[in-house]
Design a binder for this molecule. Structure first.
Ligand SMILES: Nc1ncnc2c1ncn2[C@@H]1O[C@H](COP(=O)(O)OP(=O)(O)OP(=O)(O)O)[C@@H](O)[C@H]1O
Ligand SMILES: O=P(O)(O)OC[C@H]1O[C@](O)(CO)[C@@H](O)[C@@H]1O
Ligand SMILES: [Mg+2]
Length: 529
């Protein structure tokens, strides 16, 4: 990367740090004491955010500009705020399994492009630091005290990620101290910890759920970092969705503010596949596969009865990827409804007209609906717009029940007998163990996170970008949401496979296209294949 010049916005140390284990009576914090910090000249840079300890300062994004429109969105490193840290040779170089690999270590300058489709004169665009083992590490094996926490909803593969962090640290880096934090973020200060060894985690990948438990809500940054500091933890692996990664980001900022040699590594989890930048989230494939079983049941029921209608509700709060992929894979679905594509019931081109047409032509039909679809149509009485869960996520009404009732009411009025079966497999598709490909994917995620942490990178989420694993700054994955783009080819494929109406008039199509163009310009990413 000789041609690359650093821009002025590269973050520089905000604090000089002292021994994290010592305490100073002159730094009060609710009766506890933290290592003394000396703010440096640029410690006021960045945006302010509030936590339990008052107004704090966010570190700035690390942006590196190169030639021909090359931009690197880099991740923080411990040496950004703790200069002169000693380094050690990577123990992997003596590992018999890995020493045979030609060029095992990743070149420090390697980056991964977010946009891989280009034209002759198009700018090179956004890049992320390539994940993988480095020649030098910033921790000695017996110095590492790692912890793992899982937050948010369940997802197939959670146990595999936990297993592979424990085994990877143990077998690749000789790290023997790993703690499981019980019950999500609040577990740091309100629950017990579980020592995790390769023996404890040996068989857990065959089970659904998470052996260390999870929760929503309960994110008290100060208490979490106090607990990290008190326990002498110096590598924090945080597995969770968009909310969790936001939580990880503020934990990282607080750790940095205190000047601690503690890395924070996020592993993105969400069966909804709604985390931006990364290709796909782990557990998604498994969930889609399981959803097929529900669709299959709905189809068998529907085709066995006169005017049979099968309705299947699948997860997907804001993003309809599970519904879209399950529909495309199944080929038995006549209509797929997702949050990104508004629809209407009555009148010409509406859903009820389509159901009637389909029943008259085929005698049966299957509808797949994502839980977040059509929420705006639910009547006021059914809506609970202001209800939220413990993490502040909007609570949704059961759109599957609602749409089933609307279809029944319509055909009662038409005096046409139908036989409707509603299947709600919601939790079944996320409470199962991961399939083979998600197991392998989860293993790679865990390994990428470990390599990054050992190499001193921090404040990052790991994930594949165009097939290559990369370290991605938290803000890149928390500032947006991955959604089905209904003007891209994948949704068109779906429409052509189901033959359903698009429910859009030409004006809507134009508006949606314009929104998508703005999105592509802002993110610099490619359209959905
Ligand atoms: N803005 C935020 N700042 C700090 N912590 C947050 C924030 N949003 C959510 N969290 C914390 O992250 C944890 C998980 O959040 P949430 O319940 O939204 O699940 P998630 O990680 O988004 O996963 P899922 O995909 O299941 O929704 C909770 O403990 C919550 O308190
Ligand atoms: O009932 P819970 O645990 O809040 O989870 C439901 C939500 O979790 C998700 O699966 C995301 O993890 C959403 O699709 C769904 O709305
Ligand atoms: Mg979420």
């Amino acid at each position: 990367m000789d041609s690359i010049s650093s821009s002025a916005s590269i973050s520089t140390p905000s604090f000089r740090c002292f021994d994290p284990t010592s305490s100073y009576p002159d730094v009060p914090n609710g009766g506890r004491h933290f290592p003394k910090m000396i703010p440096t000249a640029n410690s006021t840079a960045g945006d302010n955010f509030k936590t339990g300890m008052g107004t704090r300062t966010n570190s700035e994004p690390k942006i590196v500009n190169g030639t021909a429109g090359y931009v690197l969105e880099d991740v923080p490193h411990l040496t950004d705020y703790i200069p002169d840290l000693p380094t050690y040779p990577n123990p992997l170089q003596d590992n018999p399994s890995y020493s045979v690999v030609k060029q095992y270590f990743v070149n420090d300058d390697d980056t991964v492009a977010q946009k891989i489709v280009g034209q002759k004169n198009s700018p090179r665009g956004l890049h992320f630091r390539r994940a993988g083992p480095r020649q030098k590490v910033y921790f000695e094996s017996d110095e590492v005290h790692a912890c793992i926490v899982t937050c948010g909803g369940l997802c197939p593969g959670l146990n595999t990620v936990i297993r592979e962090i424990v085994c990877g640290l143990y077998y690749m880096y000789g790290v023997h101290k790993v703690l499981g934090i019980e019950g999500g973020y609040r577990g740091f200060y309100a629950r017990n910890t579980i020592p995790l060894t390769p023996k404890v985690v040996n068989n857990i990948h065959k089970r659904g759920g998470t052996i260390i438990g999870t929760s929503r809500g309960g994110h008290d940054t100060s208490k979490i970092v106090d607990s990290i500091q008190d326990r002498g933890i110096n590598q924090v692996y945080i597995i969770g969705g968009d909310g969790t990664q936001k939580g990880a980001s503020v934990i990282y900022e607080e750790i940095r503010r205190r000047g601690l040699k503690v890395v924070v590594a996020g592993i993105p989890k969400t069966i909804d596949n709604d985390i931006p930048v990364i290709d796909k989230s782990f557990g998604f494939d498994t969930a889609v596969e399981e959803a097929q079983r529900a669709i299959n049941a709905a189809h068998v029921e529907a085709e066995s009865f006169e005017n049979g209608v099968g309705v299947v509700k699948l997860m997907g709060r804001y993003s309809g990827f599970i519904a879209m992929y399950a529909t495309l894979a199944s080929r038995d679905v006549d209509c797929c409804l997702i949050p990104e594509s508004p629809f209407y019931l009555e009148g010409a081109g509406g859903l009820l007209e389509y159901v009637e047409k389909r029943l008259k032509e085929h005698g049966h039909m299957v509808i797949v609906i994502a839980e977040g679809a059509g929420q705006e149509l639910l009547s006021e009485s059914m809506r609970n717009m202001h209800q939220q869960d413990a993490s502040g996520n909007k609570l949704l009404q059961d759109v599957g029940l609602w749409i089933s009732q609307k279809i029944k009411d319509h055909f009662t009025k038409q005096k046409m007998a139908i036989c409707l079966k509603y299947i709600d497999p919601t939790y079944m598709i996320r409470a199962i163990p991961s399939n083979a490909s998600d197991n392998v994917y989860s293993t790679l995620l865990a390994h990428s996170a470990i390599h990054g942490a050992m190499a001193g990178y921090t404040g990052f989420t790991v994930g594949p970008v165009n097939g290559r694993h990369a370290y991605i700054p938290f803000h890149s994955v928390t500032e947006g949401q991955n959604k089905v783009v209904i003007t891209d080819r994948m949704w068109a494929r779906l429409l052509s496979s189901t033959n359903q109406p698009s429910f859009l008039d030409p004006k809507d199509v134009l508006r949606v296209k314009q929104e998508d163009e703005t999105r592509t310009l802002l993110t610099g990413g490619d359209d959905q294949a």
